[in-house]
Design a protein around this ligand. Structure first.
Ligand code: TRP
Length: 461
């Protein structure tokens, strides 16, 4: 261990707590909201195969690298990079990679919280039977009305931020670990229950075929890039969230083993969410899987409203979304909180409170993007960004630019800047075939792939 890294500081109680927390971070709106709708948009099975390849070839190697940096650096991302750069004899400028993550986490949580808030509204609407037997237009209108109401959006955004604050302020073991050890088992139980319901009441075979029967004729180049970009978002890699979770990891835990468990569960949850959603969607004639972002908030509520037991199971479905979003939201708040504590020597409560208020305030811009400011297009003069609201821009800035940049930085840092023997010592896999396979992928394949997504996202290729 380098003399710059500290050995004290908070720790998970064990490997299981870390795996649960990191899986909680990974499993979120990305799995339940975004994955099903992009699968719907990009044609189903073939897209799913490409996505799985991206997770295995790029997501997993980069995630191993990010966790490794956290555990060896043993600090929040900015200071972990300071310690690791010193150990490698590299420039302190690498700390910028940590700053990038802090910035991205701050921004992502500000709009993530607004979208997560929609689920509270839908859970109550479902429980109140608002969609039972409703017309398709009524479901679409309901979504429109929610977005048109700054007050309702702000209320649920505030509730989401308050709960996230309440958890993170209690610390690593008393807050994060305790929350995930309740929420994650409940999440899995709810998900299995909902898949069972979809099997009984939905057209399960149609859902299965849609997800798993590849039709490569439907696959587009854009679909491949979307799959790759989503692999980063869904695994929570590229901004230091998983890095700071890694900083709390006991020294003896196997990083590679934990990563495989986390990435595996994240993938299984995305596929199960697809199996809970598509059979229900296909059960109702005339409803299309390619509805885009509205799939979860328009198509699905309508479909639930048409089938027996839909009110109850629809309510549980949105409860599931809330749980998934919360365990991700706290992982976005943690790196920044840890940084303020370290850097300024603040106590956790005020650090976390100040940040939560800041993120909440930035979130108001996203709230207003759907209504009062829907005509505000700050970068409207840039080709290709015309018509984008502040919400759209914050989403694009982070998913298409900051996360891939962060991922690229992590791959290059661990692959090319850190000393090979330090990397190997931290992984503790030996230097056999498994290590070399991972190392080669991280040094060559991952950066190349990320660069392609990044340049494409910027419209340069
Ligand atoms: N992975 C989460 C999801 O799929 C979102 C998320 C949480 C995230 N923490 C992150 C994304 C850190 C990128 C970086 O919903």
């Amino acid at each position: 261990m380098s003399e710059h890294a500290r050995t004290a500081g908070p720790r998970w109680s064990g490997a299981l707590a870390f795996v649960l927390a990191a899986t909680g971070s990974a499993v979120g709106l990305g799995n339940i909201w975004k994955f099903p709708y992009i699968t719907g948009e990009y044609g189903g099975g073939a897209f799913v195969l490409v996505y799985l390849a991206c997770i295995a070839l790029i997501g997993v190697p980069v995630m191993i690298a990010e966790i490794l940096m956290g555990r060896r650096g043993r600090h929040s991302p900015v200071n972990a990079l300071r310690a690791l750069a010193a150990e490698a004899g590299a420039s302190r400028r690498w700390m910028a990679l940590g700053w990038l993550g802090i910035l991205a986490g701050f921004i992502i949580l500000s709009f993530y919280s607004v979208v997560a808030g929609w689920s509270f509204d839908y859970m109550l609407a479902m429980a109140g039977g608002r969609f039972t037997g409703s017309e398709p237009e009524a479901a679409a209108e309901g979504f429109g009305q929610l977005l048109a109401s700054p007050g309702r959006l702000l209320l649920w955004h505030t509730v989401f931020m308050l709960i996230s604050f309440g958890i993170v302020a209690r610390g690593v073991r008393g807050g994060l670990e305790r929350a995930v050890s309740w929420l994650m088992p409940l999440l899995f139980a709810l998900l299995l229950l909902l898949v069972g319901y979809a099997a009984v009441e939905g057209r399960f075979a149609a859902g299965l075929a849609f997800l798993f029967r590849p039709d490569f004729g439907l696959l587009t180049a854009e679909g491949v890039l979307v799959a790759l970009g989503h692999a980063f978002f869904t695994l929570s890699i590229g901004l230091g969230a998983i890095m700071v979770y890694g900083a709390y990891l006991p020294q003896r835990t196997s990083i590679a083993g934990a990563t495989l468990a986390i990435a595996g569960m994240d993938t299984v949850v995305a596929l199960l969410a697809g199996l809970a959603i598509f059979p229900v969607v296909f059960a109702v004639p005339g409803v299309e899987p390619g509805a885009g972002p509205g799939l979860l908030f328009q198509t699905l509520p309508y479909a639930f409203g048409q089938i027996p037991g839909g009110g109850l199971f629809g309510t549980l479905f949105f409860l599931l979304v809330i749980f998934a979003a919360l365990t991700s939201g706290i992982s976005l708040l943690e790196p920044v909180t840890a940084y303020l504590q370290e850097r300024r020597g603040w106590r956790r409560l005020p650090a976390c409170a100040l940040l939560s208020v800041g993120i909440w305030a930035l979130g108001i811009a996203s709230v207003l993007s759907f209504n009062l400011w829907s005509g505000v297009h700050p970068l409207g003069f840039v080709d290709g960004l015309a018509g984008r609201t502040i919400f759209d821009l914050l989403d694009a800035l982070t998913s298409s630019l900051l996360l891939p940049l962060g991922g690229l930085g992590i791959a290059v840092f661990v692959g090319w800047v850190m000393r090979r023997r330090d990397v190997a010592a931290e992984l503790a896999l030996g230097e056999g075939l498994r290590f070399r396979l991972w190392y080669w992928t991280l040094r060559v394949v991952s950066p190349t792939a990320v660069l392609v997504v990044l340049l494409n996202g910027l419209g340069l290729i």
